[in-house]
Design a protein around this ligand. Structure first.
Ligand code: F3S
Length: 294
């Protein structure tokens, strides 16, 4: 079996940066007081390891009175930052700089009376956070067949969740341009995301089977799975090597692997080692079988 691993698989810059911020806080000796607002990344295995090191995940600031609060790479709304400051919490804002730029842009255009439109998933924390910089007044759209009528607004500003696909962004913005002639459009899809999706597509076209590694609740991993499925019917989404069903994989000669932005390197390596070991075992079994019946 030939295994092709995507060069872009694994942590992106923003996730690395957020995890480094937590590591630094632990090293600074704040361990019993470190909280992250929501899981620091969408990867249960990493969260479990951090919990073992004393880092607590909270869902809201009402759960804490003192200590450190780490804002994850997805970012939060302006009101959350204010609330943390009012509570005199030690705030570590690990919002990814790319997301921060979207927040700044949304605030600027909102202050200039633009109607904000966010292309993305309304339930995703990054989108909720971005919407929190325009007083939660943004129109959120994630389906090209459901583009709202924006003709009634004077001026529109459109931004995107960093992990959506370029196809979706183009489809929705084209429909908006048909309705309105004063639309400020910003393609804020992250480059790391574009490259990862593009590489996943390229590999999926070229292999018999694709394995996408990443949290089942990770939005960017789910996007990779859907892109891969378009080009390779035999696409499997797994979180760790435990989810790998080698009985289904072993028949394929060329297997591609990609992984979401919140998938640590050690999980990717474990999967590859597991596959290689399984293959060696199968080869040994075959040769034992042949030796016995020679
Ligand atoms: Fe930032 Fe892009 Fe990662 S927006 S968190 S570098 S996917």
């Amino acid at each position: 079996m030939e295994i092709i691993l995507a060069k872009t698989a694994g942590y992106c810059f923003g996730v690395n940066r957020a995890l480094d911020a937590v590591d630094k806080a632990i090293e600074d000796g704040q361990v019993h007081l470190i909280h992250t607002l929501g899981p620091i990344i969408h990867n249960p295995q990493v969260i479990e390891k951090l919990e073992q090191r004393g880092v607590k995940t909270v869902q809201g600031l009402d759960e804490i009175e003192k200590g450190t609060i780490v804002i994850r790479s997805h970012g939060v709304g302006e009101n959350v930052i204010k609330e943390a400051e009012e509570k005199s919490l030690n705030l570590i804002n690990a919002t990814c700089p790319y997301v921060k730029n979207i927040q700044k842009r949304v605030k600027k255009y909102y202050d200039e009376d633009y109607q904000i439109v966010i292309i993305g998933n309304k339930d995703h924390p990054e989108v909720k956070g971005i919407n929190g910089w325009c007083n939660n007044s943004g129109i959120i759209v994630d389906d090209k067949n459901n583009v709202p009528n924006v003709a009634k607004y004077d001026k529109i500003c459109v931004v995107a969740q960093t992990t959506i696909t370029n196809e979706l962004f183009i489809a929705i913005t084209e429909k908006m341009k048909e309705q309105h002639n004063n639309v400020a459009i910003f393609n804020t899809i992250c480059n790391a995301t574009k490259e990862r999706q593009e590489e996943t597509r390229r590999i999926a076209q070229d292999v018999d089977c694709m394995i996408i590694i990443g949290g089942y609740n990770s939005s960017n991993t789910q996007k990779l799975v859907s892109i891969s499925k378009k080009y390779c019917n035999n696409t499997f989404h797994i979180e760790t090597k435990k989810d790998l069903d080698m009985d289904k994989i072993k028949k394929y000669e060329k297997v591609g692997i990609s992984a979401g932005a919140s998938t640590p390197q050690w999980i990717i390596e474990e999967v590859i080692n597991f596959m290689e070991n399984q293959e060696n075992n199968m080869e040994n079994m075959n040769s034992t079988y042949e030796d016995t019946f020679k």
